[in-house]
Ligand binder design. Structure first.
Ligand code: ATP
Ligand code: MG
Length: 332
């Protein structure tokens, strides 16, 4: 099946800086794709090129079957965008913002009203439709912007850090809306984030980008498996040294350590390895009294590929407030 997005050596230079460096990746139709990277990695620049806001210096991308360089108008018809900076007008109501953006797309008024009502309902903002956006909470603003990004019924929705600076509960709620969208409309979702935990939990596939280069692509599970798999801890009732030999003999097992009656080791896929191990031990009349399987975290994955740690709260609410002040200054 043809991909929803295919980046081909996509590159953006700003003077001597390469913000995005010969990037290649595919996003499939209907998937929730996460673009994960630290500040300055090149996430926004990639989104800007994919959404035809800036032209690539080199390379191109196919979005919904159209070339971003040769067919930008067709690309724009296919996509919705929720940018990193706020775009809703604070002095207007949620409803007025939606009608304004519909007018920009040239959507006839009757149709626009229908869509606005449907979208406000989808993001559960109908009750606040006639309130000025300046009275909205951070989460409500984001939901409104998601609705605004959908007014032209796009095949692909791009979201740049949709959960930046929101509290954990609101972030989780935003993700619920994103999945609702995908499930109801079959829309393809491309979103950036620098929250590791979030990418791990909510994205179906992830690309890790750093210094403009893609370092890894896969499902969160695949990425974690590549790092070295799960950690299994088994407590046995029986000869622990025999048990150790059995476990060491299993394909894919590494780093076996024994403390008392507890054996700890790494294995590529804990969920499939555990039953095999239990059965082998059982045959030797060794009983496992407890077993735990722990997946490596995204933090370790990130460290493995970038050589650096990326703390989930690196971009805190302080940064977010600074950012909002910049926006409100710009509006004056
Ligand atoms: N218009 C521009 N002119 C010059 N340099 C730019 C411009 N836009 C971005 N850059 C630089 O390109 C690099 C990538 O920036 P980009 O905004 O794409 O990163 P990002 O991954 O979105 O980061 P963040 O998490 O902070 O949003 C950075 O070094 C940035 O300073
Ligand atoms: Mg950005």
């Amino acid at each position: 099946m043809k991909p929803a997005i295919k980046a081909i050596n996509l590159t953006k230079r700003y003077g001597s800086l390469i913000a995005v460096d010969h990037v290649n990746f595919e996003v499939y139709y209907g998937e929730v794709f996460g673009f994960l990277g630290p500040n300055g990695a090149g996430k926004t620049t990639t989104i800007k090129m994919l959404t035809t806001i800036t032209r690539p210096t080199e390379g191109t991308a196919i979005v919904n079957g159209y070339d971003i360089v040769k067919q930008p108008a067709k690309v724009r018809e296919s996509i919705g965008v929720v940018p990193q900076e706020y775009t809703a007008d604070e002095d207007l109501t949620g409803w007025e913002n939606l009608m304004l953006i519909a007018a920009l797309y040239g959507i006839p008024k009757r149709e626009a009203k229908e869509r606005a009502a449907e979208l406000l309902d989808l993001v559960e903002l109908s009750h606040a439709a006639d309130r000025k956006v300046e009275t909205y909470s951070g989460g409500m603003r984001r939901r409104l912007e998601i609705a605004m990004g959908l007014i032209n019924r796009p095949a692909i929705l791009f979201l740049d850090e949709p959960t930046l600076g929101l509290d954990a509960q609101t972030r989780a709620a935003i993700w619920e809306y994103i999945y609702k969208l995908r499930n109801q409309y079959g829309i393809t979702i491309f979103m950036t984030t620098h929250y590791l935990e979030e990418a791990d939990r909510y994205a179906e596939r992830i690309a890790i980008i750093d210094h403009g280069k893609i370092l890894a692509i896969g499902t969160p599970k695949e990425l974690k498996e590549k790092v070295g798999g799960d950690v299994i801890t088994i407590e046995v009732n029986g000869d622990v040294n025999v048990a150790r030999k059995v476990i060491e003999g299993i394909d894919g097992v590494s780093g076996v350590t024994v403390v008392g009656n507890t054996i700890r080791f790494k294995v590529r896929n804990g969920n499939t390895a555990a039953p095999v191990i239990l059965e082998l031990l059982n045959k030797l009349s060794i009983r496992a009294t407890s077993i735990t399987i722990k997946e490596p975290t995204m933090d370790e994955v990130f460290l493995e590929y970038t050589g650096r740690r990326l703390r989930d709260e690196e971009s805190n609410s302080e940064e977010f407030m600074r950012f909002r002040r910049t926006i409100s200054r710009a509006r004056r």
